[in-house]
Design a protein around this ligand. Structure first.
Ligand SMILES: Cc1cc2nc3c(=O)[nH]c(=O)nc-3n(C[C@H](O)[C@H](O)[C@H](O)COP(=O)(O)OP(=O)(O)OC[C@H]3O[C@@H](n4cnc5c(N)ncnc54)[C@H](O)[C@@H]3O)c2cc1C
Length: 384
């Protein structure tokens, strides 16, 4: 059987693409190498701009019904504890959402099944890719199963930062003070006083975000250097002491913090664009990975997945099955929509990683609301 599209990876980018194509009535296979629900290292913070996308995918109400926290304001704390308040209405109408990836990704996957997408979990696609007479051929297998071959008009690589059909180009060093950066995430028992609030704490060797998710828990997710990880010697509470708790506001907030789940780590983190194998369309982190601190990763994943599906749908509905033309069309529209945002986020990240500039920025912007609002908005994408 030939599919209209095969989507690799059931994170937000892959499910957004699969659901949109499924709703449009196309024949879609969505494969995911793990079995859901699975936890994932992520701040689990969805900016308000994600809400209309989630609504179009038909999952916004389900996420709120599943207990997603509603976050109205984000506070940024410089290392000395001075604070810059960012109301979420500066970004878009409605509150931001805090929901675990375990629950969110399961809800998206269930929705894909509901709209007629064929879903295979525990199924890994391999790197082999062939184009025969305009038809794409790829291979994959269940963890214990035999190799299977599939033919499709379009392959969508939504397999994340280590994309199966992509490799990193223009890689930006994920270094702070010369040291490589690693990411850590843990769920804490709900922290008092966080209702409606998200917080970002800068410290000497990185930064960390704190916000509520469902079921009486809060997500603590931070980036820090290899050096600090080594110094903590595997003692997780000590690692929190050496990082987020060195910020006076972080120390106060996390004074009685108790872990309520497994610890997740990843790294070293690298940022940058990926080069895609010719003939494959990439979405989400598989196409580019940006610094997590502006909370844009899932927004860009959802929007690029949806955009890819719309382009494919437009081509297939007018019987244009030429995959290179679809990819060129998608890439041009992607560039027009998102390149300004990538540049703004990259610039902000560089500034935030320079201690003197960062301190100055927080002090200045906390007194200049208009300017703070302008900068916040510059990191957002144009809508389509
Ligand atoms: C420390 C940190 C904190 C972050 N915090 C936030 C935040 O608060 N808010 C935010 O918006 N973003 C955040 N992000 C970014 C966000 O997590 C990503 O941008 C987002 O997950 C990208 O979604 P995706 O669908 O492209 O990829 P992923 O979510 O990575 O999904 C890819 C999927 O593909 C599957 N897969 C991989 N290879 C194969 C294969 N060969 N065959 C089949 N399946 C495969 C994987 O199992 C995975 O489920 C953070 C990132 C980091 C590192």
């Amino acid at each position: 059987m030939r599919y209209d599209a095969i989507v690799i990876g059931a994170g937000p980018a892959g499910t957004a693409a699969a659901i949109t194509l499924g709703i449009a009535g196309h024949r879609v296979l969505l494969v995911e190498k793990s079995r859901f629900p699975r936890e994932k290292l992520c701040g689990e913070f969805l900016t308000p701009e994600c809400r209309p996308l989630l609504a179009r995918l038909g999952v916004e109400e389900r996420m709120i019904g599943a207990g997603a926290a509603l976050i109205e304001q984000f506070n940024l704390y410089a290392p000395d504890g001075s604070c810059l308040e960012i109301p979420m209405r500066w970004i878009a109408d409605g509150a931001a959402l805090g929901i675990t990836r375990g629950r969110m990704d399961r809800i998206l996957l269930d929705r894909a099944i509901k709209v007629g997408v064929e879903v295979r979990e525990d199924f890994t696609i391999g790197p082999s890719f062939q184009m025969v007479d305009g038809v794409q051929m790829i291979e994959g297998r269940y963890s214990e199963g035999p190799l299977e071959r599939f033919s499709t008009t379009m392959t969508i690589d939504a397999s994340g930062r280590h994309g199966v059909f992509s490799r990193q180009i223009r890689q930006e060093a994920s270094r702070l003070n010369g040291a490589r950066l690693f990411g850590c995430k843990v769920h804490l028992e709900r922290i008092e006083g966080m209702e409606g609030l998200g917080e970002l704490f800068f410290f000497k060797d990185g930064y960390g975000g704190l916000s509520d998710v469902e079921d009486g828990r809060s997500n603590l997710c931070f980036l820090t250097t290899e050096r600090t990880l080594v110094e903590a010697r595997g003692d997780r509470m000590k690692l929190i002491d050496l990082t987020v708790r060195t910020n006076p506001a972080g120390r106060k907030r996390l004074i009685d913090a108790a872990m309520a789940g497994e610890w997740h780590g990843t790294g070293p983190i690298t940022y940058g664009r990926q080069q895609t194998m010719s003939g494959v369309l990439t979405v989400g982190d598989a196409s580019a990975f940006i610094d997590p601190f502006t909370g844009s990763g899932m927004l860009l994943a959802l929007s690029s997945g949806e955009l890819a599906a719309r382009v494919i749908d437009e081509h297939l509905s007018t019987n244009r099955r030429d995959s290179p033309a679809m990819i060129a069309d998608y890439q041009e529209r992607h560039r027009n929509l998102f390149s300004r945002r990538y540049r703004a986020v990259s610039l902000l990240r560089r500034s935030a990683f320079q201690p003197a500039i960062r301190q100055l920025m927080v002090s200045l912007l906390s007194r200049q609301q208009g300017l703070a609002r302008l900068i916040t908005r510059s990191t957002r994408a144009a809508s389509y």
